[in-house]
Design a protein around this ligand. Sequence first.
Ligand SMILES: NC(=O)c1ccc[n+]([C@@H]2O[C@H](COP(=O)([O-])OP(=O)(O)OC[C@H]3O[C@@H](n4cnc5c(N)ncnc54)[C@H](O)[C@@H]3O)[C@@H](O)[C@H]2O)c1
Length: 268
Amino acid sequence: MSELAGLRLAGRISVVTGAARGIGYACAEALAQAGSDVALCDLDAGTAAAAAAKLAQETGVRAHGYAIDVTVPAAIRAGIERIVADFGAIDHLVNNAGVQFVAPIAEFPEADWDRVRGVDLDSVFYLTKAVWPHLAARGRGRIVNIASVHGLVASSFKAAYIASKHGVVGFTKATALEGAAAGITANAICPGAVYTELIAGQARDLATSYGGGISDEDALKRAFLEKMPTGRFIDPAEVGALCAYLCSDLARSITGTAIPIDGGWSAQ
Ligand SMILES: NC(=O)c1ccc[n+]([C@@H]2O[C@H](COP(=O)([O-])OP(=O)(O)OC[C@H]3O[C@@H](n4cnc5c(N)ncnc54)[C@H](O)[C@@H]3O)[C@@H](O)[C@H]2O)c1
């Protein structure tokens, strides 16, 4: 049995966006190991369904996959209604879906600014709004927003992501204030570098933005490993465990926070 079982989330229903892989899947997995049923949402129905089937087989919880593009409010509303119809309620929302785009500000395409802001910030508002009445109806709810260390500090060449993630931290505080009377907590998790496809996909553009002449591997070292005193990538399961803890009753007094899990990056 997982050590997370002590968090006692049996009977609870969690919605996780961008859940087919990476940190989103790790959050879904940790919530399931703590006993929660999980709705795994992602862009593609087949991928989300496959991730849900894997999770159900691994942990024995109820898990279903849903195709929800988090940039489309109508799709979100319809998806949330389907989840409530399938599971009967919603207790936890994990806003995890996110994208990155790397370029200097002077060359940053407007369309990519809009796209990053849409997925990384606007979606958090859309999902929170759609899920709110369901959490309020339970008299207890948990919202966990996967922000980033880049919601607390900046790095070069990631302006849209950094502006969006700082926005998520601010939105989390506003959510916490409005949620308190309804028993809803809201917290942001701020990971440093977790080795997923999101990180691997940046290597070439980072090397170019640094002026070229360095390998992809050295670009990743410079952008990530040298920023973390611990000098190692963070395991997605570490983020998942923090997410499951924040959804538990043990964390009922923790709200409005932005918690770094960043190997010391933001302490410098
Ligand atoms: N990997 C890191 O080092 C790191 C660090 C800090 C914060 N984060 C944040 O963690 C979250 C997850 O990142 P990851 O590293 O697991 O990335 P990832 O690229 O491995 O996974 C992201 C998932 O989100 C989904 N997604 C993308 N756009 C979507 C949309 N419009 N609608 C629905 N789903 C969509 C993708 O299909 C994918 O399954 C992101 O918000 C990211 O900003 C990651």
